[in-house]
Design a protein around this ligand. Structure first.
Ligand code: ATP
Length: 238
């Protein structure tokens, strides 16, 4: 099932395969993501979510096939167009929250100081705290601020809610939705937190074994299956 849409395209992927030394991670991906949407990338462990996001961020390259992000092949030079939140945490433990954000902001001319303060408040982080003293969930919040404070056309978030408790997750998702500017940004995020993330998705991609099993709008899927995305997840991967 593939969504057909006439909106301008942010990401266009044709026939992409990715093979690591011993593992075929992506197995023929064809995908179009329209501008101004929030897209959920869902799938069990090892289905290829991180590989796809890293490829869109220009950190790894397809073995075959093509990817265009905003009309260009992604590579490390596209950093100014893309905010990428990696699954792995690479924060410096000796910095405070404030120092971390100042450090990151120095790399990006698109950094929005006001938005960073707003997010800091919404995520209930104490800027004086040392990174080494933050809990896993607090570190996850700091990484999210680092990605969302940038004014870029494309935001890629790999498991952004990992370690954040369900109640806080719902609050954070609410603040992402209220801050989202569809005329300026596209957000693509991988997550296993389908239930809490559901309200924010315009479109959803279900991956399995490096292939797209379903790609459609959340609304179409809910009406077709007659249940929530969380329940669809259970049916798709049963
Ligand atoms: N650098 C690598 N070298 C070898 N194999 C890799 C590498 N990165 C990923 N893989 C393999 O590729 C497949 C897809 O991995 P990927 O990390 O993209 O999945 P994922 O859907 O993000 O999983 P998870 O939900 O566990 O984060 C897996 O089988 C994984 O073991």
């Amino acid at each position: 099932m593939t969504a057909i849409d006439q909106s301008p395209t942010m990401i266009e992927i044709k026939g992409v395969h990715k093979r690591y030394l011993l593992k075929q991670a992506l197995n023929g991906i064809d995908l179009q993501i329209k501008k101004g949407s929030i897209v959920g990338l869902l799938g069990p462990n090892g289905s290829g979510k991180s590989t796809l996001l890293k490829m869109m961020a220009g950190l790894i390259y397809p073995t075959s096939g093509t990817i265009l992000v905003n009309g260009r092949e992604p590579d490390v030079r596209n950093k100014q167009q893309i905010a990428y939140l990696p699954e792995i945490d690479s924060l410096y433990s000796w910095m405070t929250v404030k120092e971390t954000l100042q450090f990151i902001s120095a790399f990006y001319s698109d950094w929005q100081v006001d938005k960073a303060s707003l997010l800091l408040h919404a995520m209930e982080l104490d800027e004086r705290q040392k990174v080494r003293n933050l809990s896993k969930g607090m570190r996850a919040r700091l990484k999210l601020i680092a990605a969302l404070a940038r004014k870029v056309p494309l935001v890629l978030l790999d498991e952004p809610f990992s370690g954040i408790d369900p109640m806080s997750r719902a609050k954070i998702i609410h603040s992402i939705i209220s801050e989202f500017q569809a005329d300026e940004q596209t957000i693509l995020l991988s997550t296993h937190s389908v239930k809490e993330s559901e309200p924010m998705f315009d479109d959803v991609i279900f991956l399995q074994n490096g292939r797209i099993k379903i790609h459609d709008s959340a609304e179409n899927l809910r009406s077709e299956f007659g249940c929530s995305l969380e329940n669809i997840w259970e049916k798709v991967y049963a």
